[in-house]
Ligand binder design. Structure first.
Ligand code: SF4
Length: 471
């Protein structure tokens, strides 16, 4: 079981991102099953979140959450130093990695040094970001994802579609087909409970073989050197306690000062993420197993990744570091809801992905050119964010930084447009021509194919044949 797959041409495919952003979004928009799956997920999140706002004061908790995270980012160097000292006092090892490559080198080196052949992982976006699975796989070490959604994606060889629900873009039938292919038999049930039971049996076999468990970190509590791992399936509890060695991978911004702050964020996180007032499991881990304790790993390693985060402090994008990776902005975004996370071509998708991926990957990356434009700037993301990150403002700033032939062309087009529309006569003439063209091309009240620059619009949607449309 591995992330490595042989392509038909004999090459190795790692979570391949196919085509350009435009090609991926057009493909996604044409996929009706995908749209149905995303609609179902977003509607269920919306219902849960509404309940949290109505009955549990989610909106009122936002200001405090924002204050906490802003203060964390302001005091980051001191908090990290305190966290490190306390983890070491508790018997753990702390490694500060400047980038993903350094973090991967450390973890693969550790696995080799300890003779580990199998690594069990719980869900972690940081390890997706640094491509840890690929690095372990290249080192000849088997990696097993134990979160159900991540395991499904490992079988499908795909990126997560959502920060919290990685396989949200797939439905039950699609998952059943993947399980059958992996098991090499049709004897896999296709009801929800049957699929979960099947995955449980397959994954439990792997826990026993794993020498290292790798988890992410939702929060690090500086005052005690404790990491918090939030989950709903119980697999992270096994990953962090059963194997002989536990490696926790944490983005450097995920640290809070103390338990007062942690308690508030840990309350807000499931409310915003899944519309529940508590997560099923909150694992609190301080160092390795101590003498006399019945379970827990013999070794605990905390790998803290910079990966471009440190450079964002003090810039116009600093607020993005406050993110607690709840995924609420994804579900609230009309763009993400239309195409899903796969189209973004990066581990982080939706509005926060469109902001941080270019920042983490650098100004010359394709993500920097394209992703900031994956938004309608409607502001729903900023409204949904439980720590009050003004995502729409950050997206506008990211657009201003992006420079590509497409953005330069659209700049010229908008300047010409603005000049044209400043004169009432040309505006009226334009609208009259536009109405005539719509009427000439309309069938049954709708235009299905526009010429020239309008072609992109009607490629995936129809347009009313009257403008403005009749109400
Ligand atoms: S930006 Fe806000 S809403 Fe989006 S994932 Fe981060 S914390 Fe959640």
């Amino acid at each position: 079981m591995s992330t490595r797959r042989r392509r038909a041409d004999g090459g190795v495919a790692y979570l391949d991102v196919q085509g350009t952003l435009r090609e991926r979004t057009v493909d996604a928009l044409r996929d009706r099953t995908l749209r149905g799956n995303l609609d179902t997920a977003a509607a269920s999140w919306g219902e849960g979140r509404e309940g949290m706002r109505r009955d549990h004061g989610l909106d009122e908790m936002r200001e405090r959450a924002r204050e906490i995270r802003q203060s964390n980012i302001r005091n980051l160097p001191a908090l990290l130093a305190e966290m490190q000292a306390n983890v070491r006092d508790a018997g753990g090892t702390v490694v500060r990695a400047a980038d993903g490559a350094e973090a991967c080198r450390y973890i693969t080196g550790l696995a080799k040094a300890r003779g580990v052949k199998v690594v069990a992982k719980s869900k972690s976006m940081a390890t997706e970001e640094i491509k840890l699975n690929e690095a372990l796989d290249d080192a000849g070490i088997e990696v097993v994802e134990t979160d159900l959604g991540e395991w499904i994606l490992q079988l499908a060889n795909e990126h997560p579609s959502h920060i919290i629900a990685p396989a949200v873009h797939l439905n039950r039938e699609q998952v059943a087909a993947l399980f059958r292919e992996e098991a090499g038999t049709d004897d896999v049930p296709d009801d929800r409970e049957g699929l979960v039971a099947h995955a449980r049996v397959r994954l439990r076999e792997k826990f026993a073989a794993a020498g290292i468990g790798v988890s992410g970190v939702n929060l690090g509590v500086a005052s005690t050197g404790t990491i918090c791992v939030v989950e709903n399936e119980g697999n992270a509890r096994l990953v962090t306690s059963q194997p002989r060695i536990h490696v926790a991978v944490m983005g450097m911004e995920r640290v809070v000062a103390d338990w007062d702050e942690a308690a508030h964020i840990l309350q807000v996180l499931p409310m915003a993420a899944i519309g529940q007032d508590a997560a099923n499991y909150v694992n609190l881990i301080t160092g390795p197993r101590r003498e006399g304790e019945a379970d827990g790993p013999e070794e605990f390693h905390l790998v803290i990744i910079d990966g471009g985060r440190g450079a964002l402090r003090g810039t116009e994008f600093e607020e993005a570091l406050a993110c607690i990776r709840c995924g609420a902005c994804l579900y609230s975004c009309p763009m993400w809801r239309s195409v899903g996370g796969q189209a973004y071509g990066s581990p982080y998708s939706g509005p926060i992905g469109a902001v941080i991926t270019p920042l983490l990957e650098g100004p010359s990356s394709p993500a920097s050119r394209d992703l900031p434009f994956m938004s309608s700037l409607c502001g729903a993301c900023g409204e949904a964010c439980p720590v009050g990150i003004p995502l729409q403002d950050l997206l506008v700033r990211a657009r201003a930084r992006a420079s590509s032939p497409a953005t330069r062309k659209s700049g010229i087009a908008f300047r010409a447009w603005s000049r044209l529309w400043r004169r009432p006569a040309t505006y009226r003439a334009w609208m009259a021509g536009w109405r005539l063209m719509l009427r000439a091309r309309g069938r049954n009240g709708w235009v299905t194919e526009l010429p020239g620059p309008g072609a992109g619009w009607t490629e995936v949607r129809d347009m009313p044949a009257r403008w403005p449309p009749r109400r």
